[in-house]
Write a protein that binds this ligand. Structure first.
Ligand code: ADP
Ligand code: MG
Ligand code: MG
Length: 883
């Protein structure tokens, strides 16, 4: 055989060659080299596939290379492909570097033809088997290679079964199958516009190309997008000598796991089907038997299978799943891979292997992920008996039940009254935040995984199903219809954010076991899953260099986050304290026409702020609490322009005095901005609205004094938002320092800034002259770095961008390491150069995103800050980043 570049024999590969040989090929090679019974074969590389995908044709040298490998295979088997007297048959199987189960295509029994089917029948003395294999080939080849509708074949198969009065295809005898082959060939010719190819080499070549093309099948594309698998990796093609599970009752095919992929429990997990070929098991055309039954059917094969599985587990040091076939009492291994598993199983298996001494703690930690831990923290539906009425995008996991409510204010109102509500909207926008906060879950009929509803809900750890497009949401009449049924405000619905299912009525839920453990309600060693989470998180805490803080605005959130392991508060958004009943005070502040009025409004707000801050400082006693001065434009606290215009117009119409509404309207018009995100907000507000920042700083200092006097250890840090120039910070800092000294000369309050404008990142060296800490506001830094507003663009063009591969994932979900990340690196380096002990953290949504956490660890930040429910996730990922 000449050396080849695009084709590898199983003997020449190993499990580390996944990128080139795909997972299936690499593991087939690994198994053959372990001496396990794998039918001989070879792998055409992913590189050949990429060539085919980009140029529309296979590399010119491929045909020759396949010829020489085929010759070697024929030599090993003592048969020639498609030989009329005694044919070698092969399977042509897809297999990419990343497991994409069932997403691409495979053709079995390649090499059969009108001539060789007779040879196969004679050679094996099994006519039924030969014709069964042939009809399978025409069927799979037709569907996969020539786009013949699968139903056409299925219908013909049904008809044949009915005609013979048998229930299963196994009931069809040789004569019936021979007739069926005739019908299948007609179906093939009709739909494919050509006869079924009789030349085995042509079959092989066409099947190979079809497998390459299946890389771009719709479902494969969709799956890759979901799983963040690169769009250009391509699939390998494995050509494997066929072994036959359809030779009679002494033959069969099955799948198995070396442990339970749902729980990690050890035992015998799998399914077996007698007298069948591989695809029958998955297709579910006949009932499989539990793998344990194989012991009764064929004890010798069963024992060998168990030995093989334990060899594989020892070798891969992990749960494996396998495909196998028994041909007349002989076991053949057709596939193995480190098996997919549920989040719970990932944790329990990692600690089982640890206990068994198979892997060490670092390795165990590497084998679980923050995303999995996140899943374990969402509430669960106690039963799944009910039937969903619709399915949307599983945007943020969990199970939520509540009364359907169609606007934010009503949701907030009912939520405050202790009701469980589900906020139902066509789509959400930032105005819906209070309602989202108050709701148990969010349900929308539009938008995808990066829609506002999805992103915000995930950040809050709130269950969300979005884009359930079968719902017709009518916000105006406070109802939605689905399937002819109408759900009115107050009717109970249940949504499952892990599956996207929507139910009418109540499906019972419970807090997850893992959350009850974090809350201290469940002992660490009570259950295997809890013990696993405890063990791995404890190890992560020991290893990580990154601290984890929380974003919290209330004492209750702070307390919970502390129970979840938060090491302080990285972001308190003070504007959240200006909502609800305090809104009128804020209105008075904004509408004030002179200093006295303004000061009166500020004096009214200060004790309330002080109380809020004191409660945070108390809950986080001994730990840092970063309080951000007010950030959003003030008109966000006023009623909407449109609403006011309507109210005032109505009043005028009736000849009434619009009164206060008229004043508000004037103010709203005066303050209207085309681009509020780029307008009067953040530090700019502090510099133009007299007394506003002073009031907040004074409230912080007073709260700190109060907590200290009560025996606590308050550690407030004041953070100035949206700084772009060091002069802004210097001005605010000078004023703040004076206020603090006035309240309590002995107190030490750190003053720092957010880095969220590109200019701030690029002048970080100057800014660090005034800032004692930096906190990257990665949401704004992303918006302003890319120049797009999150609220506007996610629903308009992100889907298209994701399709085009411009992003692999929304930059609001995972930090854009190349662009926005570069700004961060520059700011960290230049900031620390100017001030060696500069503390640097991040407080954007990205702080709780597993991939971003690894980036932040790599950049050398001191901490990340995220919502309370993401704290354990960030702890785990920070630990994983360190091992
Ligand atoms: P998928 O990736 O969808 O599982 P596979 O390439 O693994 O596709 O093949 C589909 C089915 O055909 C599997 O059950 C597999 O075990 C079976 N199969 C594949 N190659 C052979 C072969 N050479 N002999 C017998 N069965 C095979
Ligand atoms: Mg398979
Ligand atoms: Mg910001």
């Amino acid at each position: 055989m000449t050396a080849s570049t695009f084709v590898y024999d199983f003997a020449d590969g190993n499990r580390d060659m996944k990128d080139l040989l795909g997972g299936k090929g690499a593991n087939l090679a690994e198994m053959s080299n372990l001496g396990l019974p794998v039918p001989p074969g070879f792998t055409i590389t992913t590189e050949a596939c990429r060539h085919h995908l980009t140029t529309g044709d296979v590399p010119p040298e491929l045909a020759g290379e396949v010829d020489s490998h085929l010759e070697a295979l024929e030599g090993a088997m003592g048969k020639r492909l498609g030989d009329p007297a005694d044919p070698l048959l092969v399977s042509v199987r897809s297999g990419a570097a990343f497991s994409m189960p069932g997403m691409m295509e495979t053709v079995l029994n390649v090499g059969l033809s009108d001539a060789s089917v007779t040879g196969l029948a004679e050679r094996t003395g099994n006519e039924r088997f030969a014709w069964d294999s042939y009809r399978r080939l025409i069927q799979m080849f037709g569907r996969t290679v020539c786009d013949v509708p699968g139903d056409a074949f299925e219908d013909a198969l049904d008809a044949a079964r009915r005609a013979r009065g048998v229930e299963h295809d196994t009931g069809l005898d040789a004569a019936a199958l021979k007739e069926l082959v005739g019908t299948f060939k007609e179906i093939f010719a009709k739909h494919a516009g050509r006869d079924f190819p009789q030349d085995p080499r042509e079959q092989l070549e066409l099947a190979t190309r079809a497998v390459f093309d299946s890389w771009n099948a719709d479902r494969a594309v969709l799956y890759r997008r979901q799983e963040r698998i690169p769009a250009d990796a391509g699939t390998a093609v494995n050509v494997v000598a066929m072994v036959f599970g359809n030779m009679g009752d002494d033959s069969g095919t099955g799948v198995a796991f070396t442990r339970d992929p749902g729980t990690g429990a050890q035992g015998i997990y799998g399914d077996y089907l007698q007298n069948a070929q591989g695809e029958d098991v998955v297709a579910g055309i006949r009932n499989t038997v539990p793998l344990g039954d194989l012991e009764r059917i064929d004890k010798a094969v069963y024992d060998e299978l168990l030995r093989t599985m334990s060899t594989l587990e020892d070798h891969y040091r992990d749960l494996c799943d396998i495909e196998f076939t028994v041909e007349r009492g002989k076991l053949w291994m057709l596939q193995t891979r480190v098996g997919k598993r549920t989040a719970a199983a990932a944790f329990t298996i990692a600690t089982q292997l640890l206990d068994e001494g198979v892997i060490d703690l670092d390795e165990a930690l590497r084998r679980v992920s923050g995303a999995q831990l996140g899943q374990l923290m969402f509430p669960t539906f106690a039963t799944t008996e009910e039937k969903p009425v619709a399915r949307g995008v599983a945007a943020s996991p969990g199970a939520a039940v509540g009364k359907a409510v169609f606007d934010s204010a009503r949701a907030a109102e009912l939520g405050a009254a202790g009701e469980n509500v589900i906020l139902v909207r066509r789509e959400t926008n930032p105005d819906d935040l209070p309602g989202m906060i108050a709701a148990r879950g969010v349900l929308t009929s539009r938008g995808g995984k990066t829609s506002h509803a999805a992103v915000v809900a995930r950040g809050m750890g709130k269950t969300c199903v979005c884009g359930a497009d079968r719902l017709d949401v009518d916000v105006h009449n406070r109802q939605f219809t689905v399937d002819g049924q109408t759900v009115n405000e107050g009717d109970v619905v249940s949504i499952d954010g892990s599956t996207g299912d929507v139910y009418l009525g109540e499906v019972p839920v419970e807090p997850s076991l893992v959350v009850r453990y974090f809350e201290g309600e469940v002992e660490p060693d009570s259950e295997p899953l809890v013990r696993a989470v405890h063990t791995l998180l404890t190890h992560a805490d020991g290893k990580r260099t990154l601290n984890v803080r929380t974003n919290a605005d209330t004492g209750a959130d702070a307390a919970r986050a502390r129970r979840f392991g938060a090491e302080g508060i990285g972001l308190c958004r003070t504007e959240h304290m200006f909502l609800g009943e305090r809104r009128p005070m804020v209105e008075r502040l904004i509408l004030a026409t002179d200093d006295a009025e303004r000061q009166a409004a500020l004096d009214e707000l200060r004790p309330l702020q002080r109380k809020d801050f004191a409660s945070l400082l108390r809950e986080m006693s001994g730990l840092p609490v970063t309080i951000r001065l007010i950030d959003p434009p003030l008109h966000e606290f006023l009623p909407s322009l449109v609403d006011l215009e309507v109210l005032v117009a109505i009043a005028k119409e009736r000849g009434e005095d619009p009164g206060r509404d008229g004043d508000l309207l004037t103010a709203v018009r005066r303050m209207h901005e085309e681009n509020p995100m780029l307008g009067l907000r953040g530090v700019r507000l502090g510099l133009v609205v007299p007394g506003l920042f002073d009031m907040q700083v004074r409230a912080v200092a007073e709260a700190a004094r109060e907590v200290r006097e009560a025996g606590g250890d308050p550690r407030p840090e004041i953070m100035v938002p949206l700084v772009g120039a060091v002069q802004e910070l210097e001005t605010v800092k000078a004023a703040a320092t004076a206020v603090i000294a006035d309240v309590d000369p002995g107190v030490d309050v750190m003053i720092g800034t957010m880095i969220e404008l590109p200019r701030a990142a690029l002048t970080a060296g100057q800014i660090a002259g005034a800032a004692e800490f930096f906190s990257f506001g990665t949401n704004d830094l992303t918006q302003l770095g890319w120049g797009f507003s999150r609220d506007d663009v996610e629903s308009s063009f992100f889907t298209r961008y994701l399709e085009l591969g411009i992003f692999g994932v929304s930059p609001f979900e995972s930090i854009d390491t190349e662009g926005v990340g570069r700004l961060i690196r520059i700011a960290v380096a230049e900031g620390r150069e100017a001030r060696a002990d500069l503390k640097v953290g991040v407080c954007g949504e990205h702080g709780g995103d597993p991939e971003s956490v690894h980036f932040f660890a790599d950049v050398g930040l001191d901490y990340v800050s995220c919502s309370p429910f993401r704290v354990p996730v960030a702890r785990l990922e920070a630990g994983r980043a360190a091992v």
